[in-house]
Design a protein. Structure first.
Length: 217
């Protein structure tokens, strides 16, 4: 019987030099490299799940001394207490944030001549924003988009995701995966997680036959 692996998790590297720059994300990287010389207080960083938004947000956090905020942290919170003396913040999953506190957050950072990095799957123009002042501010913000990866980036991403788990795989395995999984960062993460768990459970190396067994095809 296969042994169930313990779920220890893993620690992805968040260093700026570790991020994989490719045509699908170079626009976003260029915008973050322009900080603090953005044309306004906010920048919207948009892209599909698992596309690297969180990684870039950690890079921005380190450079700008930014606070990382979730929508729930704004609801009912005292923004002056929450921000302290910070002049930069990252709001994750911003499309679901409560609008009044979101607007106050934007305004407070603007008054401090600070910056707000807004993370979302879609550009603010596609959000259903009821608060006119918030809508006008977000529509004025530049949008940096991350697209789905091409084959070269998907291959490099797979190698990185395995390396984050201290796993080395052959070029054959990477090529097999690139040819069969969905062209998305989320699919790459799911495949690596499933294969790593299966390899640990069966005390096996990750090979093409194991990939066939776990993922089919």
């Amino acid at each position: 019987m296969a042994q169930l692996p313990f779920e220890f998790g893993h620690r992805p590297a968040f260093g700026g030099a570790d991020f994989l720059v490719a045509p699908s994300n170079q626009e976003a990287v260029a915008w973050l490299d322009r900080w603090p010389h953005w044309p306004g207080p906010a920048l919207a960083l948009v892209g599909p799940a698992g596309s690297g938004k969180t990684h870039l947000a950690h890079v921005f956090q380190a450079r700008a001394g930014a606070l990382l905020l979730a929508p729930a942290s704004l609801d009912g919170a005292s923004l002056p207490d929450l921000l302290g003396h910070a002049r930069a913040a990252v709001l994750d999953d911003a499309e679901g944030a409560p609008e009044e506190p979101f607007l106050h957050l934007y305004n407070m950072l603007a008054e401090r001549r600070g910056h707000l990095l807004v993370l979302a799957r879609h550009a603010p123009a596609r959000w259903a924003i009821a608060l006119a002042d918030l809508r006008s501010r977000l529509l004025a913000a530049p949008v940096a988009s991350i697209a789905a990866p091409d084959d070269a980036l998907l291959a490099a991403l797979l190698v990185k995701l395995f390396a984050d788990r201290q796993v080395t795989v052959s070029d054959e395995v990477v090529a097999y995966l690139v040819a069969r999984i969905e062209r998305s960062f989320a699919a790459a993460q799911a495949a690596v997680t499933a294969l790593d768990r299966a390899a640990l459970a069966g005390h096996r190396r990750i090979t093409v036959p194991l990939v066939r067994t776990v993922l089919g095809g």
